[in-house]
Design a protein around this ligand. Structure first.
Ligand SMILES: NC(=O)c1ccc[n+]([C@@H]2O[C@H](COP(=O)([O-])OP(=O)(O)OC[C@H]3O[C@@H](n4cnc5c(N)ncnc54)[C@H](OP(=O)(O)O)[C@@H]3O)[C@@H](O)[C@H]2O)c1
Length: 229
């Protein structure tokens, strides 16, 4: 129960990795505010699910302000909302490239921009940015998604150096394949049981969130042991 009394925001909270994080945060004693577009997946007295789109800065700002007004602070931000499109470069529609960057990159920036003033003022806080192993190495027909996750990696690495002296931790997480709905846009990959489970990723994040004040996990790379069985 190390996170008792902590206030957390999780984007992309109604399924997959985000939902697993919400449940484990509640279990650890935190009060959690989720953000997603298509509604709550479950209810709990310490969980509020807000309807929001991370691509919409003004809408997300209003949610952050509401949480701060009601709770006084944001202690934990998990920038998790994201999606993938997979195709050869020349076949990817411009709108999909834009949607990937608006969601996976701009959404992360908006969350950090909104949470940091309060975290710096209170002298502590923890931001978790969910990248991917696609932010560490390139894969063919994944170029646009890789570009967004490399951006999250660069942003996170710069940000941790920028805010550490204020007492704020920034951790970037690089999961390999996770068994979630993420692969619905892929023609060649179906989620399967040799992938990581969303609960595995959430557990590593919860571990990082409960480290003592004198150190932080800068990067967490998590891969399935036997990805092909
Ligand atoms: N699954 C993998 O293999 C894998 C591996 C490495 C990294 N990741 C990353 O992990 C994160 C979570 O993915 P997942 O696997 O849990 O996928 P998922 O099951 O498809 O869940 C994605 C979540 O993001 C939300 N979301 C998407 N676009 C949004 C938007 N514009 N505004 C607000 N919420 C939005 C979705 O809710 P709504 O649609 O209701 O908004 C949903 O809650 C993503 O950043 C993904 O890139 C996944």
């Amino acid at each position: 129960m190390n996170l008792k009394g902590k206030i957390a925001i999780v984007t992309g909270s109604n399924k997959g990795i985000g939902e697993a994080c919400v449940k484990q945060l509640i279990e650890a004693g935190a009060t959690v505010h989720g953000i997603c577009r298509s509604g709550c997946s479950f209810s709990h007295e310490n969980y509020t699910c807000h309807h929001g789109d991370v691509r919409d800065y003004e809408g997300i700002k209003a949610i952050f302000e509401k949480v701060i007004d009601a709770q006084g602070s944001i202690d934990i931000l998990i920038n998790n909302a994201g999606l993938g499109y997979f195709s050869y470069c020349e076949d990817l529609h411009i709108d999909k490239w834009q949607e990937l960057f608006d969601t996976n990159v701009n959404g992360v920036f908006y969350g950090c921009k909104l949470a940091l003033p309060g975290m710096k003022k209170q002298g502590n806080g923890h931001i978790i940015n969910i990248a991917s192993i696609a932010g560490l190495e390139g894969y063919q027909q994944v170029s646009a998604y890789c570009a967004t996750k490399f951006a999250v990696r660069g942003f996170s690495e710069a940000l941790y150096k920028e805010v550490r002296e204020s007492g704020v931790k920034v951790t970037c997480v690089y999961p390999g394949s996770v068994k979630t709905d993420f692969f619905r846009h892929s023609e060649s990959i179906d989620a399967h049981d040799n992938m990581l489970m969303p609960e595995d990723v959430a557990a590593q994040i919860l571990f990082a969130l409960q480290t003592p004040d004198n150190f932080h996990n800068v990067n967490i790379e998590i891969r399935p042991l036997k990805p092909r069985g």
